[in-house]
Every structure is written in structure tokens, then in C-alpha cells.
Write a protein that binds this ligand. Structure first.
Ligand code: 5AD
Ligand code: SF4
Length: 493
């Protein structure tokens, strides 16, 4: 695959270039108590003691958002209560991302803010996720700020680590909790995530990655690839449907290599898409090197599998793809795109591109530019190469493209992609599309927002189009920008 690049809607266009380069960050804004199934045990263990309030911030990809749902579930089972207000929290946790340097820097900035709070009152600080896995060596440098570090395979130990840190703090002691062992087996198959979205539910069908793309830190932070049992995933899909969710997104670092007994990904996605009540199934990300025909057939033909494929390209130069250890050539990638489009021309394609990888010459970049012009993706995430500790590239290839050249290349590609996305989106003018309603538009509560089957953002005036989250509407597109389709009710027949 690609990623932790488990992004939602790629949004080239009106956002500044930096917005494409930075991973998202979000904190929980919902209620502070839940009636989630995992909470049943919480009441039993909580007793009458004042609950410990926890604030959790999530940085990075969809897999991290999903992991935060697991963390909330595991903590609630143990009597902890989540709060959206940092000021009320006895414990502040950050679920972190290590994929690029700016993700790293964001966490450091946030940690220095927490340092100020910790000087004023008792507070337990925990760093979770990919950076925790990477940060263990640097822990001494940031003492006494961080009390607990827990890597992606260690969340079951988190309640115990936090309790120990709280007790130590009460006793005026310093105790560091560290759980960063990577597991070959952990899939959290028995943990029901604390989901709050209401329309889309994520399911991680596998964890870790064995691909070792030379630029990527994921195999080192998330460990070896392992798949979750298919029966458990399908059962969870039924429960998700019963809770009223309309969409499921299947997550994995490379979904094509999903294997469990005699299940592969094509069989699994069909089974999930057959679950009554689930209108849409998405997945991210497949790897272009081993895209199986049965999966393509499932996308093409199953009415509930979205006609959208995220196909991370990374570079348009064979030489650079070789250095990246991506396992495909440009002509193979091109043949895959042609095959997809020959089976269904309306499939929306998006991609990831890295600019300024070690050794990338002008002619390599020009090849990427030309390929993007040729393929005309609906959207693209465009990143500057950022050398990551432990990776093959960090050990073998000097990071020799200057920051100025990286910026210039990213800007050129961004401008190109914006033009292409605008033209692509304008192809929908006057079409009537099925749109799954998500809620209010970010910019105005007077507007509703949803997604097309191809995952393009659609916006409408709520007075003209009454809607509620989870509704599947048929809307007529009357305008389009590079990021958004504008819709209204179609004319009466
Ligand atoms: N530098 C820049 N981009 C990276 N990605 C992964 N590792 C790096 C890195 N070291 C990008 C890839 C991947 C996406 C999720 O993040 O494009 O597909
Ligand atoms: Fe994706 Fe390659 Fe990183 Fe695995 S190593 S997560 S396939 S970019």
C-alpha cells in the first residue's frame, strides 16, 4: 500500500499546500459518558470512587482514529471517563503519528504546551501510537513530562500503566510506564471500538505491514502484518448495521494482502457489502503491486462497494520506484489504471505522491508530473519526502534534495492537481448522484454535507434540501470547484 495513508477525502484545491502536507489532528468533542457496550464493565469496576477523566487527542491517519476508538473502549472498560475538555482531565493522552517530520513536530509542540499545564497541577501525560514506538530512546530527554508510552500493540496494558502512574503521582514518586513491544498476533479482535461518528464505521481488518517501502516507518512502528479473523469482522459489520451506521470503511496498510484461512480481501469485502443495512463499503489502501482481479470485479459489480480506489503511486519514475522498493513499474501501474477504467469508466481514482525522495532528479520529477497529467486522478495527496529514522532509505540513501527544490516540486504538482481536480469535478455538472449525508458543512450550519459514491464532498442548502445524517439522497449537481460539488434537489420528473 501506501500508508498509514489511510486518509478520508483527499482534498486538493483551495486548501494551502501545507494543508496537504500535514496529517489531521482531532480531539473528541462528543459527550463525556457513553453507554457503549464496553462500558458495562466500567460501571462494575468504577464503584463510587471519583472517576478519572481522560482527554485523548488523535494525530494522523484513519488507522489512528480507529485505534483511538479502541483505546477509549479499553479505558472505559476499566472505569475511566473521557472528556473533551483538556482542563478537566487528570490524564492527557496523545495518539501520535510518525509518518513524516511535521507529524512528529506537531506532537512535540503539543507536548511543550502540556509541560506548562503540568507545572501548575497534577497531570499524567501519555504518548500512544507510532511515535511512542519510536520515541522510547528519547524518553529520557523529555522526562519528567511523559509518564506513559504505549505503542500500537500495547493498548491492553494502558489502563494498568495509567493507574500505576496516577498512584505514583499521588505518592510523590516518579514512575514511568513503558509498553512498546510489537506483537505478531495482536489484532484487538475482541474489542468493540467506541465509535462516535454515526454514519461511517471503520474496521481494521489487519495491522502492521511487511512491504518495507524504503521511505516508510510503518513496518517499524506497527510491526509485522497480521490479519483479523473474517467471521469476527463480518459479525462486527452486522452489529454496526444494527447500530444504524450506513457505511463501513475497511482499513489496512495493504488490504490486498489480507489472508485468514481461506478468506482473501475480495471475498471479505463482498461479505461485508452483503450485510443488510450497509449502503456503502470503502477500503483503504490497496497496493498497486498486487491488485487482484477478483477485488476489481467486486468493486466494479457489487452495488454496495463504492466506485472509488485509492492507488498510491508515489513516483512516476521507474528509477525512483525501484529505490523506493515499491515492486511495480510505471507501465504496470498504467496497465492497472487502464484495466480499472476499461471495466468501469466512472471509478474515481486518487493517489499519494512523494516529492524530493532521495536521489530524485529533475527528470524523475518531470516523469511524475507527466504521469499525473496523463492519468488525471480525481485527487492526490502530495507530500515532501521526509527522512524517517530506521527506514531503509535513511540507512542507505542520503536525503539529498534541498528543501527549496522539494517545496518547488510540491507546489508545481499541487497546482497541476488542482487544475485536473477542477476539470474532473466539472464533469459531474448536471448529473444526478447518490449522496450519503454526513452532517453540516464545515463552513456553515445552513449547509448540509455528504459524500458522493466516489468520495467527493457534496454541499447543499439545507432549506432547499431537508436531510439528516445517514440519509441517502439523490441530488443534482449544479456547480463544482476543485474540492466540492454543489447540489440541489433534481427537477421533478
Ligand atoms: N515522507 C513523505 N511521505 C511519506 N509517506 C510515507 N512515508 C513518507 C515519508 N517518509 C506518504 C506516502 C504514503 C502516505 C500515507 O504517506 O505517500 O502513501
Ligand atoms: Fe504503505 Fe509501503 Fe509504508 Fe507498508 S511500507 S505502510 S505499503 S508505504
Amino acid at each position: 500500500m501506501s500508508s498509514t495513508g489511510l486518509q478520508s477525502t483527499p482534498t486538493p484545491g483551495t486548501a494551502p499546500v501545507s494543508a496537504l502536507l500535514l496529517p489531521g489532528r482531532s480531539s473528541y468533542n462528543g459527550p463525556t459518558m457513553t453507554t457503549h457496550p464496553n462500558a458495562i464493565q466500567a460501571n462494575a469496576t468504577q464503584g463510587t470512587a471519583t472517576p478519572t477523566h481522560v482527554h485523548l487527542e488523535t494525530f494522523g491517519c484513519q488507522m489512528n482514529e480507529y485505534d483511538s476508538e479502541l483505546v477509549r473502549a479499553l479505558m472505559q472498560q476499566n472505569g475511566f471517563v473521557f472528556t473533551s475538555e483538556q482542563e478537566r482531565a487528570d490524564v492527557i493522552l496523545m495518539n501520535t503519528c510518525a509518518i513524516r517530520e511535521n507529524a512528529h513536530n506537531k506532537v512535540y509542540t503539543h507536548l511543550s504546551e502540556l509541560k506548562k499545564i503540568k507545572r501548575q497541577r497534577p497531570l499524567v501525560v501519555g504518548v500512544l501510537g507510532c511515535m511512542a514506538q519510536n520515541l522510547k530512546d528519547e524518553l529520557t530527554e523529555i522526562q519528567p513530562l511523559v509518564d506513559v508510552l504505549a505503542g500500537p500493540d500495547s493498548y491492553r496494558q494502558l489502563p494498568m500503566l495509567i493507574r500505576t502512574a496516577l498512584r505514583a503521582q499521588e505518592d510523590g514518586l516518579e514512575a514511568k510506564g513503558l509498553a512498546v513491544d510489537l506483537s505478531e498476533y495482536e489484532t484487538y479482535h475482541d474489542v468493540v471500538p467506541d465509535r462516535r461518528d454515526g454514519v461511517n464505521a471503520w474496521i481494521a481488518i489487519m495491522r502492521g505491514c511487511d512491504n518495507f517501502c524504503s521511505f516508510c516507518v510503518v513496518p517499524y512502528t506497527r510491526g509485522r502484518e497480521r490479519s483479523r479473523d473474517a467471521e469476527g469482522i463480518i459479525l462486527e459489520a452486522h452489529q454496526i448495521a444494527a447500530q444504524g451506521f450506513k457505511q463501513i470503511t475497511l482499513l489496512g496498510q495493504n488490504v490486498n494482502s489480507y489472508r485468514f484461512d481461506d478468506w482473501d480481501f475480495a471475498r471479505l469485502i463482498r461479505a461485508v457489502a452483503d450485510v443488510p443495512g450497509i449502503e456503502r463499503v470503502r477500503f483503504t489502501s490497496p497496493h498497486p503491486k498486487d491488485f487482484p482481479l477478483p477485488l476489481l470485479e467486486a468493486v466494479v459489480s457489487h452495488p454496495h462497494i463504492c466506485k472509488q480506489i485509492h492507488l498510491p503511486l508515489q513516483s512516476g519514475s521507474d528509477r525512483i520506484l525501484g529505490l523506493m522498493n515499491r515492486g511495480y513499474t510505471i507501465s504496470e501501474y498504467r496497465a492497472l489504471v487502464d484495466r480499472i477504467r476499461s471495466l468501469r469508466s466512472d471509478i474515481v481514482l486518487s493517489t499519494d505522491i512523494i516529492c524530493g525522495f532521495a536521489g530524485e532528479r529533475d527528470e524523475d520529477f518531470e516523469a511524475t508530473y507527466r504521469l499525473i497529467e496523463e492519468v488525471r486522478f480525481h485527487s492526490a495527496f502530495i507530500f515532501k519526502y521526509s527522512e524517517r529514522k530506521h527506514t531503509i532509505a535513511a540507512r542507505k540513501f542520503p536525503d539529498d534534495v534541498s528543501e527549496a527544490v522539494k517545496t518547488a516540486r510540491v507546489t508545481r504538482l499541487f497546482d497541476l492537481q488542482r487544475t485536473i481536480a477542477y476539470a474532473r469535478n466539472r464533469e459531474y455538472l448536471h448529473a444526478t448522484l447518490p449522496v450519503l449525508v454526513e452532517g453540516d458543512a464545515k463552513r456553515s450550519a445552513a449547509q448540509g454535507m455528504g459524500k458522493s459514491d466516489g468520495n467527493i464532498t457534496v454541499i447543499w442548502d439545507k432549506q432547499a434540501v431537508p436531510s439528516h445524517p445517514g440519509a441517502l439522497l439523490s441530488l443534482a449537481i449544479y456547480d463544482a470547484s476543485s474540492t466540492t460539488l454543489y447540489a440541489t434537489l433534481p427537477p421533478a420528473p
